[in-house]
Write a new protein. Structure first.
Ligand code: FAD
Length: 237
């Protein structure tokens, strides 16, 4: 883990509720794809956010923060970042955290499963896999409540088009009549598409209640617990 001071370069909306934050650390940052950082609000108040950028980008860190009035955890974090940005102050971060980073030393196909802003976690791994020209099949499922939350739809379609082994599957829980893709819960779409999850390494991020359900449903669908990775496991039973 590295403790660093970082400038808040920009905060820009991705949707009504999700914001992209660019941080510029005052020294080069080292992390693995799929790790997270903690934004230090106080000595005992540290908030976890996945790093959306690739490890090769050592001079800037991208975060996606889903903040609404109902979510004080994220809203207070965003206010902290805004205040630092407006007053030309740095924020303190602890980078390179987590145990659910991408494992590259095997040949198993990969499922990246993201619910909502869990996208950030999966995006770092997807971009890293493209950068190293990974030859393993990679299925990237991104589940959102409404179509309007698919803020990186075109970017991920381009990612999938860039490599014959990559596939991007967006899943909308409450679709409009014009939506022609997968619908419902994102992990149900995975189970509809794939007969057995036994061969896969599975990386996932999303709400804690979602991750508990997905773990149990996926194991019933053949997934091997040791090949499933989620930092949320540390926070749930
Ligand atoms: C290590 C760590 C890193 C984190 N990183 C971030 C981050 O980078 N950004 C951030 O904003 N927050 C982060 N958080 C906080 C938390 O993970 C997010 O608040 C959460 O992922 C937000 O989900 P959402 O509201 O966007 O999903 P929603 O919009 O509520 O849901 C999106 C989709 O998830 C699926 N889903 C949701 N609930 C269920 C369910 N009960 N059963 C089955 N499927 C379900 C559905 O497919 C749904 O359409 C992090 C937390 C930890 C511990």
């Amino acid at each position: 883990m590295q403790t660093l001071h970082a400038d808040v370069v920009s905060i820009s909306p991705l949707t009504e509720f999700v914001h992209k934050v660019i941080l510029k650390p005052q020294q080069p940052v080292t992390f693995e794809a799929g790790q997270y950082l903690q934004l230090v609000l106080g000595e005992k108040d540290k908030r976890a956010f996945s790093i959306a950028s690739r490890p090769s980008q050592t001079d800037a860190l991208e975060l996606h923060i889903g903040a609404s009035v109902a979510d004080s955890y994220a809203m207070q974090s965003l206010e902290h970042l805004r205040s630092a940005h407006n007053n030309n102050q740095t924020v303190t971060i602890e980078a390179g955290l987590g145990v659910s980073q991408l494992r590259l030393q095997c040949e198993r196909p990969i499922i990246l499963l993201a619910g909502g802003t869990g996208f950030s976690y999966a995006k770092s791994m997807a971009d890293h896999l493209a950068e190293i020209n990974c030859q393993r099949p990679v299925l990237f499922y991104w589940g959102v409540k409404e179509e309007s939350a698919l803020y990186a739809h075109s970017e991920m379609k381009a990612w999938a088009d860039s490599h014959k082994h990559f596939e991007f599957i967006p899943v909308v829980e409450n679709p409009t009549d014009s939506w022609t893709g997968h619908t419902g819960y994102v992990h149900k779409a995975v189970m509809d598409d794939i007969i057995s999850l036994e061969p896969y390494d599975i990386y996932m991020a999303g709400r804690f209640d979602m991750i508990g359900i997905v773990r149990d449903d996926f194991i019933s669908h053949g997934a091997i617990r040791e090949n499933m990775y989620a930092d949320a496991f540390a926070f749930i039973k």
